[in-house]
Design a binder for this molecule. Structure first.
Ligand SMILES: [Zn+2]
Length: 302
């Protein structure tokens, strides 16, 4: 590539209000890229048309600005990237790496007697792998090679090896609702936006092996990956997106200042700078300074 610029990304899904965990991930992504003199791009992951809502898009943009985060270039809406997603699907199908699947969730559950994968995901039994013809109404799955074993490095969690075959088997890359599945869309859009560093919550660690396989199949570069331990509430429970009381909007309403959130996030990421705005903390950022474990929400915000 000949271009070593760091390009980080903010990629919120507008399916709920952002909470402190999102804020910390976004700040970390932004500080890492800005601290290296790099760019930050924004992408709204609004593909899940059954759950994405316009008011959440507005909410996400307002919350990012409230935190003092900016971005470079236009806001990319994943829902407007359909042609590129479709082209990637066709490329994979043309290489024999994707096949149509007509199975319903119920049929898969019934066909699978073995225990589910580590994250409770059902391992697809491969029912449609060798089906002839191209059915009218189907999703598409990625065809794994024998093992589906993937090694990758996480800048925080270290070297990882995942077996996609054991996690999920041949996974969905195009849904029956006729839109790109998350894994495919992320890979295509990260490449389109030139992303070199993906910072996100640990709940997405299991997706990374699938994304790495798709990148290899499509001839795309791997970004650096960082998966942050999830923020916990005072009782040690992870914050769900619907935990409305800890949404950024609710904190704003209860007069918590964005500076307090920025300072809390900076401290939780092992930063020693001073100041009140996200910009004040921009300095070379090192993942090895980030303490392990899940940070807790300060008790006076609960
Ligand atoms: Zn099937």
């Amino acid at each position: 590539m000949g271009n070593l610029e760091v390009v980080g990304r903010l990629a919120p899904s507008p399916t709920g209000w952002l909470h402190l965990g999102h804020a910390r991930s976004f700040l970390a992504a932004w500080w890492s890229a800005r601290g290296a003199g790099g760019r930050v791009v924004l992408r709204i992951e609004d593909l899940d048309s059954s759950r994405a809502r316009p008011e959440f898009v507005d909410g996400v943009l307002r919350d990012l600005q409230w935190l003092g985060l900016d971005w470079d270039g236009p806001v990319v809406l994943q829902s407007e990237r359909r042609e590129a997603h479709r082209a990637a699907l066709e490329e994979l199908a043309g290489k024999g790496l994707a096949y149509p699947c007509v199975c319903t969730r119920k049929e898969i559950d019934q066909a699978v007697s073995a225990p589910h994968g580590a994250d409770g995901e059902v391992v697809y039994p491969g029912t449609c792998r060798d089906r002839e013809g191209s059915p009218e109404r189907s999703g598409w799955r990625f065809r794994l090679s024998d093992s589906g074993d993937v090694g990758f490095n996480d800048l925080l969690a270290g070297a990882q090896v995942d077996s996609v075959a054991e996690q999920v088997g041949d996974f969905v890359i195009w849904t029956k609702a006729d839109e790109a599945a998350y894994q495919l869309a992320v890979v295509v859009d990260d490449a389109f936006q030139g992303v070199t560093e993906v910072v996100r919550g640990e709940d997405l660690l299991a997706s990374t092996a699938r994304q790495a396989l798709l990148q290899e199949a499509l001839g795309l570069h791997h970004p650096n990956w960082v998966h942050l331990p999830l923020v916990q509430d005072g009782g040690g429970r992870r914050l769900a997106k619907r935990a409305g009381s800890l949404s950024l909007g609710a904190l704003r309403d209860s007069k918590v200042e964005p500076q307090a959130i920025v300072q809390w996030a900076a401290k939780s990421l092992g930063m020693h700078g001073e100041g009140g705005t996200a910009q004040d903390f921009v300095e070379p950022f090192h993942w090895f300074n980030v303490p392990g474990g899940s940070p807790r929400v300060p008790s006076d915000w609960l």
